[in-house]
Design a protein around this ligand. Structure first.
Ligand SMILES: Nc1nc2c(ncn2[C@@H]2O[C@H](COP(=O)(O)OP(=O)(O)OP(=O)(O)O)[C@@H](O)[C@H]2O)c(=O)[nH]1
Length: 362
């Protein structure tokens, strides 16, 4: 009996809030009849992406085709969670044509690619390509650059130099593993600044890897799928900061889920809520904020998305009958987040006047 062709799998990597979920939504909406299964992994205990993708209403994007691995980081839980998930997909009566894995923004892609060499799955799936989504405006703002002050401090302390900026480290690893890089949010970069951003990203990627500017993850699936890289057979060509078996943890980052009371009546519309939350995010230096809020009298939940100081809010779907209308925001930041202060200030921002919340956060 002829062996089935290995199922091509695309690994989507990219820092917190770069636009991975947005890219995947676009991909699903333009899949052209291709049956795609999604495996989603998020940092922190509470996943929002499955919710966001399930609410997309795209035809052919069934609930069964989305598997969420919300417990920790995929690159650290390969044996416990990832392999059984992949085996279950492979052994379905109607296996998918393609698998897309959205890794958490803090995951390093290489350990995941390495997992494709495990005997349980190696003949049945292949890594078609690793696609890195880059937050273009964040690169332009120098978020991933080595922090000169920290480098100086480490030099003075005679310590190893490669841990000066945890953001840079994750970013570099993701770029070095990529077969294609999408510099997303190009709409937020001035046309004159774009060439320098692309050049900086190109310099961090492996030679010859295409670097493509995108807006809202709008890429033709024919460009992104079918790269045919078999990345699992080329591990040595993908350098990383963390090549030891136990060398990777997420001690540099932490996440907290904050309950948020119902939005106060003086917040007239999603923009007002976003504007009230943004100064709190900035004051606490949070990297990412995501969740849904309860606006009394509205049948829809208010989805909140923030990347750095840029916070957006929109009504995305009705609250389900079986669901508690409880507002909640997941916040991710560098280790040392003032979680109690964040909880207090975020809640105050939506229930009180925005000005009060800024004062509280300061
Ligand atoms: N202006 C602009 N906003 C974008 C673009 N792509 C994504 N966004 C917004 O950026 C925010 C984060 O996008 P996501 O797709 O959730 O990012 P992600 O990489 O999946 O985030 P994590 O899973 O938390 O790491 C959302 O509010 C998006 O609407 C873009 O090209 N331009």
């Amino acid at each position: 009996m002829a062996l089935a062709r290995p199922i091509p799998t695309t690994v989507v990597t990219g820092f917190l809030g770069a636009g991975k979920t947005t890219l995947i939504r676009h991909l699903m909406a333009n899949a052209g009849g291709r049956r795609i299964a999604l495996v989603i992994n998020e940092f922190g205990d509470i996943g929002m992406d499955r919710e966001i993708l399930s609410a997309c209403g795209i035809q052919g994007c069934g609930d069964d085709d989305i598997v969420e691995l919300a417990n920790g980081c995929l690159c650290c839980t390969v044996a416990d969670e990832f392999l059984p998930t992949m085996e279950a997909l492979i052994h379905r009566a109607a296996p998918p044509d393609h698998i897309v894995i959205e890794t958490s923004g803090l995951a390093l892609p290489k350990p995941l690619v390495r997992a494709f060499t495990w005997p349980e799955i190696r003949s049945r799936v292949t890594v078609d390509g690793v696609v890195a989504v880059v937050d273009g405006p964040a690169v332009a703002a120098g978020l991933f650059a080595a922090d000169p002050a920290a480098v100086q401090a480490l030099r003075a302390a005679d310590a190893a130099l490669d841990h000066d900026n945890p953001l840079e480290e994750v970013f570099t690893d993701q770029l070095l593993c990529a077969d294609m890089v999408l510099v997303n949010k190009a709409d937020l970069i001035a046309a004159a600044a774009l060439p320098a951003v692309l050049e900086q990203v190109r310099a961090g990627a492996r030679a010859g890897v295409p670097v493509v500017p995108t807006r809202h993850g709008e890429v033709d699936p024919a460009v992104m799928l079918g790269l045919g890289m078999a990345a699992q057979d080329d591990l040595d060509g993908r350098p990383t900061h963390h090549d030891g078996p136990d060398d990777h943890d997420h001690d540099d980052f932490e996440s907290v889920a904050v309950p948020i009371p119902a939005v106060g009546a003086d917040h007239a519309g999603p923009e007002a809520v976003a504007a009230a939350l943004a100064p709190v995010v900035t004051a606490h230096r949070a990297l990412r904020i995501k969740g849904a809020l309860d606006v009394p009298g509205k049948p829809m939940r208010l989805l909140v998305q923030g990347v750095g100081p840029r916070v957006q809010a929109r009504y995305d779907r009705p609250w389900r009958a079986d669901e508690d209308r409880a507002g909640r925001l997941v916040v991710i930041g560098l280790k040392g987040l003032d979680t109690a202060g964040l909880a207090r200030d975020l809640a105050a921002a939506v229930t009180d006047r925005a000005a009060d919340a800024v004062t509280a956060a300061e």
